[in-house]
Design a protein around this ligand. Sequence first.
Ligand code: 0X9
Ligand code: ZN
Length: 476
Amino acid sequence: MSKKILTASVSALIVASFFFFGTGRRASGASGPPGSKASLQGRVAGILGEYLEATGQDSSEFAAALRELSPKTVLERFAPEKIQAPEDPAQKLQWYEISNAEWIVRNKIARLVAIEDVNLDENKVAVLCTAREIEAVRALQKKHPIAISRMISPADFPPRDAVYHNYQETLAFLQDLQAANPNLISVFSIGQTHEKRQIQAIRFNTTEKGSAPSQKPGIVFMGTHHSREHLSTEVPLLLAKHLAEAYRAAGKDSEFARLLEQRDITIIPLVNPDGSEYDIATGSYRWWRKNRKINGDGNIGVDLNRNYGFHWGEGGASDQTSSDIYKGPAGFSEPESSAVRDFVSAKTNVKVLLSYHTFSELILYPWGHSNSPVDNPKDRETFKKLAETMAQWNGYTPEQSSDLYIASGDTTDWAYGEKGIFAFTFELSPKDMWGGGGFYPGAEAVAKTFQANLKPALYLIEVADNPYKVLGSPAD
Ligand code: 0X9
Ligand code: ZN
């Protein structure tokens, strides 16, 4: 077996394994009572079998090696979080609202717990503390007429990952950028999710704002189709910040200012806010992948990267609502994928698109639903050239999506197949589970991964006027 195939197979198996471990409900190939060793082995074998069948790859040697791993080893390698000790309830932080908190009493509270927010008009504060700490605050009631009530915790990342942005923080981040750069930036919603959250977009265009059409060459960056891939929100957020700051810092006649003045750039950092909030809502990650569609049979969620309506429902997508790769009842059945479709369809100036995912350190280009390369030889060469150039900077592996595994209904097949857009999927860091943290690579991954991927993003912005120029020949 060549190293290339082994690499692709390992990546695919890791991802397939997460489908199972992420929900504990992927049933294919299961045998034995749920949770038993036989059941686990059966499911691992089932997932592998499905993958090998879908890709038609001859990986019997690799399959045999994997089947020899004990379920415990599989858990340790692929899902270490699942075997960590449960959290100590005494340490669990909870939000409380304390009213009648005048200045004097606020100072007494501040000596006992962390005051996170103060509402001066209503004389109330929000605190985040343990049950024991709030009892100490309660003792102040002997002298002061304060009232204490529990608040529903806003979904948030565990403290060690506080650098990541939840839904509210993402909106605030974008709005702050707009407020500081009104000539360059506009922020608007491209649609609403099942749970009525906004799918927010930030646009960099020195002349057109909001959803107004533009003649300038367009490019779209997106993040977090998959809930647990939070790093894929952070990288586009930092890209937005970088563009704003670099534009302000650049002289009026600088090359960078001129580039931004001639482009129409949209960044949609959080395509699946319902899923991503659900993933962090308990304070421990839930390994959630899909959106939060109520399927009506007790199973929740559609895989948004199987729901785009181009070759929808072919290989590598499931019709089982319980599956982590459930394709949905129809192509574009979901508000999130439909919002992206409508937004991109309206922007006929878009030539390039990049959808960030995690993880495996790959640069993927169409097709993903088929092993055949794209028909048009010039497009094929352009995809390859763009991917290989970007790979020099981030060190990722450039390849056709189907080399990873066949999957239909993804964003990039639709964008290229229906709209002729040069569309890429980046699988960001880490490269694998061993040492990298998988879907949850920690705070230190954010700046590093952004830095590694800045040049590729700027390059795509630069070539968006005519991607064929990378071939050194005139446009069609
Ligand atoms: O399976 C996916 O949707 C992507 N991988 S992830 O681990 N982020 O879930 C890869 C999509 C690449 N596209 C195809 N292989 N068609
Ligand atoms: Zn993904």
